[in-house]
Design a binder for this molecule. Sequence first.
Ligand SMILES: Nc1ncnc2c1ncn2[C@@H]1O[C@H](COP(=O)(O)OP(=O)(O)O)[C@@H](O)[C@H]1O
Ligand SMILES: [Mg+2]
Length: 584
Amino acid sequence: MKPKENTSKILDWKLLVKIFSLALPYQRKFYTAVFLTLSIAILGPIRPYLIQHTLDTYVAVKDPHGLLNFSLLIFLLLIIQSVMQWWSTILANFLGQQIIYDLRNKVYKHLLSLKLKFFDQTPVGTLVTRSVNDIETISEVFSEGMINIAGDILQIVFLLVLMFGTNVKLSLVCLSVLPFLFYSGYLFKEKIKESFEEVRNEVAKLNTFVQEHLSGMQIVQLFNREEREYESFKEINKRHRDANIKSVFYYSVFFPVVEVLSAISIGLLVWYGAKGVLTQDITIGTLIAFILYINLFFRPIRTLADRFNNLQMGMIASERIFLLMEDERDKEIEGTIALTHTNGNIQFKDVYFSYIPGQAVLKNINFQVEKGKTIALVGATGAGKSSIINLLSRFYEIESGSILMDGHSINDYTLASLRKKISVVMQDVFLFTGTIIENVQLYDKSISEEKIIATAKLLGAHHFISNMPNGYHQKVTERGANLSVGQRQLISFVRAMVVDPAILVLDEATSSIDHETEEIIQEAIIKMREGRSSIVIAHRLSTIANADEILVLEKGEIVERGTHNNLLQNSGYYKKLYEHQFAD
Ligand SMILES: Nc1ncnc2c1ncn2[C@@H]1O[C@H](COP(=O)(O)OP(=O)(O)O)[C@@H](O)[C@H]1O
Ligand SMILES: [Mg+2]
């Protein structure tokens, strides 16, 4: 999913409205923050105005009483302004954090609802970047972005009103640098936007690389690719660094430029203003007030370019996130019937399927699993065996034909109720960080410990689990690295069986396991099949031999079918396969 390249538009109002609607639940805080920011923008420029008034009215005529009053007033104003500043900072940051908290929850929930196809096509690192870094950026729209920009602009406008209201000529003189300022601000904004976008992309690449290669560490080490791996990493890391340095470079140029321009502006002011003071066209108070105005004027301009960028970065990030959230194509399609009871009658009728349009993976698949019977799928790797079972759990949509359960299309059932009736044991067992109990429960606390132990006993897993230092509460490290392949397999059997499914789908592991565990597993498989419909992708002779029907798949098509003995008599593909695999 490549995000749309952003827009030369300075502000995308529709997007902005969407971003701000995130603050809807916190309207009072939001409006208070807006009110405070705008008030501060007005209060700032009033101070120089009062100082001018104090100097010209009270100091010039030596009125200590008036001087004291006005000084107190200025001081009071300063206090009020500081308190408001403090309050608005707190509010803005609260809003930012609260909104990213909400948004992150929403994004994660959305990810949970997506089809497997989406995850086939989107690198995990990208999704990590979306749900961590990009969302972080949005908080800045609230804490550093739009509200402050409005405040800055209001302050600038108000300053201009005060300046021109006081002295038009003087204003024109010191604002004569403005065109240069705007031009350099514009250049800066464009450049920094480019480099920020580059930084974002590099962050995503870094995340993707680290995530993927840490997961595949074993392969990296097994094939002695550490050196090369390190080189690739250094390269990506270098690009990340360069992108950041580039963005810092633009700042380092822009800020001094603004300093110089403001110094020139004050220089012009003093030069022209001092002449005016001498000829008594301009009062001392006005001159001093103007110096303060200029300082106030340049301060927001310095930050304005930066804030615009924050805003734009926030918009780019939020555009990506909204795009992800609003993409309904990959949302799982829900049925309406809740499958409460099933006989376990499954039928595939003329099923065609492809992962990538045009490249058929399954063609004209027809078979039926009657209640309590077992179908075995055999065939070379890539023949389409796993794809068939993926379809049954509705991980992917079929192209044509139908898959029926108890006479209804599986699309008519709600996903949750359908998947609840089908237990799938994958070829590769995935265990999460947590205890064995937690790995079997998978957050469903209604599955009791007694039930788990009983199931483990039935399947012959109890022995090895209870022999571990912490028994069923033994911690499993990431992906079950501290367990043997056979042990992981048995745990996944327990996981599948505790829910007492009506249908069992088993992708038999190909990896060879020690003889003793192998026997336990074989027995467990026999027990698991008892009394339920099963579809088994079989690699072991014992599993195949006592299946009710064997389907032989070749390049996505069923080329032979029958019982073990029938097929052997046929001397077709199955016989060759059998001789090849089980020659000894
Ligand atoms: N997620 C996927 N995206 C695209 N193609 C896939 C995907 N999974 C499998 N395939 C392709 O579909 C074909 C059948 O794969 P699969 O059903 O896994 O075969 P088997 O389980 O029999 O080894 C293979 O050619 C494989 O490359
Ligand atoms: Mg497979």
